[in-house]
Design a protein around this ligand. Sequence first.
Ligand SMILES: Cc1cc2nc3c(=O)[nH]c(=O)nc-3n(C[C@H](O)[C@H](O)[C@H](O)COP(=O)(O)OP(=O)(O)OC[C@H]3O[C@@H](n4cnc5c(N)ncnc54)[C@H](O)[C@@H]3O)c2cc1C
Ligand SMILES: NC(=O)c1ccc[n+]([C@@H]2O[C@H](COP(=O)([O-])OP(=O)(O)OC[C@H]3O[C@@H](n4cnc5c(N)ncnc54)[C@H](OP(=O)(O)O)[C@@H]3O)[C@@H](O)[C@H]2O)c1
Ligand SMILES: Cc1cc2nc3c(=O)[nH]c(=O)nc-3n(C[C@H](O)[C@H](O)[C@H](O)COP(=O)(O)O)c2cc1C
Length: 1447
Amino acid sequence: MPNLSKPGDIISADICKRSIGGLGFLVRERRRKPVVIVSDIIEGGAAHDTGLLEVGDVVLKVNSVDLTNVSYQEALYALRAVKPGETATLLLRVRDGFTSRLETTFNHQGQARTVRITESSVPVVNSEGKSSKLTNGGPNLDNRIVRSTPNGQNTRRRESVKKIESKTNSLSELTCGVCLSSNNPTIPQPPRVSAPNDRRQDVSQTVTKVVNDEPKSGSSKMAETKNIPNGHSITNGGNAKWNDLNGNAIAKDDVVDATIVARRPTEKTPLVNGIEKPKSAESHTPTSVKPIHKSSSTESNHQPSYHTLRNWETGTRTNDTLYTKCMKAQSVATGCTRNKCLGSVMNPDHMSIDPRKNVRSKEEKLEMAVDFIKQYYGSMKRKNPEMEKKRLAEVVESIEKTGSYQLTEYELIFGAKTAWRNAPRCIGRIQWNKLQVFDYRHVDNTAQMFDAICNHLKYATNKGNIRSCITFFPQRTDYKKDFRVWSSQYIRYAGYGQPDGSIIGDPANVEFTEVCIKLGWKPKFGRFDILPLVLQANGEDPDIYEIPPDLALEVKLRHPRFKWFEELGYKWCAVPAVSNVLLDIGGLEFPAAPFNGWFMGTEIARDLCDVARYNVLQDVAEKMNLDTRNTSSLWKDIALVEFNVAVLHSYQSDRVTIMDHHSATQSFMKHYANELKLRGGCPGDWVWLTPPISGSITPIFHQEVLNYILHPSCKYQPDPWKYHVWKGKVNKVKKAIRFKELAKSVLIMSSMMGKAMANRVKATILYASETGKSLEYAKTLCDIFNHAFAAKVVCMDDYDIVHLEHETLLLVVTSTFGNGDPPENGVNLGQTLVELSKPEESQKPRMQRLLKRSSTAPDNLGTDKTRFTSIHNVTPSVRRRSSVAMEPIDLPDIGEATGLLANLRFAVFGLGSRAYPHFCAFAHAIDTLLGELSGDRLLEIGEGDELCGQEESFRNWAKKVFQIACETFCVGEDVSVEAASASLAGQDRSWSPNKFRIAVDPEDVEEPALLEGLSNFHKKKVSGCKLKKRTNLQSGEQDRGTILVEFDSSSSSEIKYLPGDHIGIYPCNQTEIVDRILERLHDKVDEKALIQLQIFEQRTTPLGVISNWLPDKRLPACTLRTAFERYFDITTCPTPQLLKIFADCAADDKEKARLLELSEGKSEYEEWKFHFLPNLAEVLAEFPSVRVEASLLLSQLSPLQCRYYSISSSTDVYPNEVHCTVAIVSYNTQGGSGTKRHGVCSSYLNRMELGSDICCFIRPATSFHLPKNSSAPCLLIGPGTGIAPFRSFWQQRMYDIKQGKQVGEVALLFGCRHPDRDHLYKDEIQEAKNCGAITEYHTAFSRLPGQPKQYVQHVLKEQLADLAYDWLLKNSGHVYICGDVTMADDVNNALMEVLEKKANISKKEAREHVTKMKEQGLYHEDIFGVTLRTYEVNKSVRQRHVTSKKK
Ligand SMILES: Cc1cc2nc3c(=O)[nH]c(=O)nc-3n(C[C@H](O)[C@H](O)[C@H](O)COP(=O)(O)OP(=O)(O)OC[C@H]3O[C@@H](n4cnc5c(N)ncnc54)[C@H](O)[C@@H]3O)c2cc1C
Ligand SMILES: NC(=O)c1ccc[n+]([C@@H]2O[C@H](COP(=O)([O-])OP(=O)(O)OC[C@H]3O[C@@H](n4cnc5c(N)ncnc54)[C@H](OP(=O)(O)O)[C@@H]3O)[C@@H](O)[C@H]2O)c1
Ligand SMILES: Cc1cc2nc3c(=O)[nH]c(=O)nc-3n(C[C@H](O)[C@H](O)[C@H](O)COP(=O)(O)O)c2cc1C
């Protein structure tokens, strides 16, 4: 039972200390005695539950210990001395200016509830200017705090709160701690007299906290009203520093055996005046929790406090909850106090950092860093708690060890964007997500800074189509070693003070102009002389650099109607690049982080018309013949409006981005609404946001906004010349030498250029590949892009998608597999993009979403896969917003930039084959998804058809995309596209004769076992199996063969599979081909000796350049024969790149010329490849003068890829065995008339000795498993070797039946040439039929003498139409199709025909149904590729393509 004391300002409270959470409150030190003040009350803690403690209470006594005259340490000791379980009797003094009393009331159920009521004792001035004191009861009840105590429930329900509110009329003037801009006394108020009653009610609401507080003892909602001194809610859950009521600074808080709890809003939020508080705002910006405190297990379910803000134009009210984070986070309050508002102060303390005074402690840095890292990871759409934990640990460790840490580039980008988003004074924040970040944190001199700034200016200017960007220079270590841009903006006009007191030029820059002159700059005494850049690196004396005139775009001002205006000679710069603001990110300070947006017209008008600036208004007015004798003629207003007209007109005419104040405020309102939705609030400084002219006719004027500071943030800092300690260096103006020239002349390239390269715009090249081609292309692209960007190649599977939001330039190279599916290593990324593009619906199959139709739930939703074939771009045009040299400049796009990838430029190249119905489908899907996520497409998707012109298409696309990217990012002006694309023409930069060598029998090197070697080489776990048995399944034709191979997997426990899965087998090349290659090698290395491929590496270290031969990371040590047999592809036709290298090694001119011709990769190459399909041995034979070394081949050849086979056994029936049905591939080139070829893997499996080992792994094919619901009907269609997986199915079903499991109906449809020759598994099928594992069996024979060809699709239409309709349309049955891609497509069409006819639906509906089946995991395909009549299919597709190209 709380101990009730006398009313007034002393309260006694008994609090029982808990073992967890202690007394449940935090204290801080006061300057004066008594020293202890309550700073935080832990929600749900002991103090909170009594309801008797309040933030601001001064602790006078703990039990018998008097604290009024003791030190802070002694007081803490007394508080801590109370043992858990014991009761502490606290004597508290109510904070100054308030009185408290306890009041017991009864709720509607008659239950008693005691509440502490705290009221102001200070007289306040109400809106009528009358003074009143807020006292108990009466009309000013609203100023009190009502708090529940555990002995009952609050009687004050919502109605009583309203009653209280309506009586309030003047509280706002008191509550400026969190600055309510509309109540700021220093600014003119909007005329709101027309609705006095409304106004009164609303004002009270802005200061009234209505919370959905649920006391432990009951469930009814209670209302809590209070005024909020210094902007703090009663339970100040953070440790924000604030002042007491007398303005005394209060020291850091101490924990009284307590933990701190982060409050989160719950879903059930109250409706305030009908507008719902944004839901889960905190999910976007994580709550800041002090890392040093443990989180309590009693996570609070209290509602957050918030401010209701009214729009006086529309009458709508919104709640800002975000500001509570400002209090929780290590952020600063606005500096306003209960009785003073700093709203109009230009550089208030809370927005400034003075390095001489504000040295950030390690603890503070740690706290801010942790908060920031949490924000960063919390902001990601894809969460990665593991990574977050790891990163947090890394940061904490670094700060603890070194006192600081480095942001990753992605964190820096996020920090920069968030600082912009948080900037209360910026009106153009709708674009916050579209900020280009240039990372120059590694520069170490002013020349490099200057080069970076030139790049910045060029990028930002973009020929007038201004783009927002920021350039980061090194963070602060010690302010005496700061990097700084002394100029307040890149482009500033000089101001020259004259002896008569007048000023030529811009008065704002007089002081800085003097600094420049002292530094050696020659004044010109004009009105618009552009000042030089004054740059300081590493705390040294600054250097000054003239801005190259071509980088300083200016606009001459003229008026659309007044011709004379132009003659006045006014002009202004195009890019407002602020360069003296400090970026405060994650506890780190970046004193040099210049950034730019674009101008709002009024800013320029003010620069020229303000009295303290150019002060030209009178001149203009006189030219306009206005009556300037008295102000009531409004001549100033008229002239100013015309001046604004001139500014807008001039910029628009010159096609330089500018915003008028109406559009700017409108866009801000949109941003404001977005922000409320996204994160529950938007800090805003009304004084700055409201335009300097026509305020009340812009929407922002009528919007109440809350001003608070969130981190990361932008801060003011003192002018550097005011505290720089000169080292006495004499400065000379630097010529505008660009860094690149400098670097060339000084020849310090290795160190300097290295760093410059590292800091260029990053380009990430993502690839997904099944057989390695896309990787090759990605690498080539990387070579090209590295001429102007910092490019890197990453496999989609290795890419952490969390980085995507912060990428700047993304290039994607990917092939398509299956039947429109991604390559294995692209599946996850593709799926994630789909989820990101439709997060709310990501659980549903995409087609289901598109069709928006309900359907019977499929029984195996777990196995469905995203059908990328259904993701098409409706408008596949380039949505590029940036300008390209040869194109007209786009109109400025200054709209919203809120999409997830709004800052991303991307381009996609797809590899595929037109022999497949879904040509490059996955690449198209990626292209569409990136676009849907608001990425900016640099160039339309490129497509490379392996059947014709793949190389050429890629070359053209790569060149184009490089050129456009250079133009977009204003880089690479000195790079010739041709030179950069040299690698496309075959100059594989990765090869040079002295770069690789073969070390024979190297010391301390052993050959790894083949399994280990292959595992390392392919970065995949490879296992071993033994060939147990091989059976020829065909009879008759001599030259055809299909074999059943049975492997013993007992030695490899990781070989586990389900029916439908694949086995990947690494084959061995034919000995004969390897022999021929070994014979041709110029350097006769012993083929049986152990060799190691080595690469020459040069590194620049502080000790100088270190050169070394290092082992190649890719190829394990092995013999030369093993390398060619097991590791490299020697049968695929060599690439144009390799032919180019061969050309360089050819002694004979004719051969060289021919090789050069082929290496262009154009039609010559294509024809040659198509007809002869030459392997490496044949190419070397065709060009005998080529002197080829082993190191060349081992460094340049592509890896020998595995071949996949559908497993033909059930592990339940054959434990420790894997069976495959393999068609032996052999054919003659040139359509049958040329050389004989043998498929690498199939012939290897056919010739290997029984008992030999194979190297393999299992690839799960989840989308081709039997249905989870085993009674679902299944239709299996597989001609030829397409029957392979179905053997595993019927074996499994036979096993299941034996186990007594209920199984559904299964129909098998098989096709082959002749029943006597290639009727695979005839007897086994009969057996399966007999036991009910197959319920229906149908065959299609294509080569029965005298009979027309019958394929499976014919039988489907003719004999299985009813079954298909019944099972697939009516009974959610499954269909499985396996084998050749053309066959699969033909079957697909046949199925649609059947459904169309049988269900009497349209073609479109039939197609939709089949697509829906695919999305729902009812339609399964296992595609081997183009296997049936390969030559004919390829030839016809090729011919079609060539003809269409000619047309
Ligand atoms: C998921 C999946 C599952 C598979 N399952 C099986 C299976 O169960 N059983 C099975 O036998 N195969 C299966 N395959 C195919 C198998 O992976 C191999 O592609 C096949 O065995 C050929 O490999 P190879 O090394 O013997 O031939 P390779 O040396 O790879 O030669 C094959 C290539 O030769 C060319 N070619 C073939 N015929 C001609 C011709 N007439 N004219 C010109 N060029 C020609 C084609 O470019 C073809 O790609 C599957 C493929 C995939 C992708
Ligand atoms: N060289 C060998 O020893 C050997 C042996 C087997 C397989 N292979 C190779 O492997 C490939 C696949 O062999 P496989 O056994 O799976 O099949 P396959 O025996 O070539 O063909 C299986 C059946 O499918 C038919 N078919 C052809 N095109 C079709 C289409 N579009 N739709 C439906 N059915 C179609 C075939 O008819 P038609 O052939 O009458 O048109 C045949 O009846 C072959 O193309 C061949 O390259 C080689
Ligand atoms: C089994 C198989 C299926 C394929 N499916 C498609 C397809 O559906 N669409 C397509 O355009 N290309 C398809 N292709 C062609 C590949 O995309 C093409 O060979 C590409 O060049 C391979 O590039 P990669 O080595 O980077 O994987 C397929 C190839 C194979 C072997």
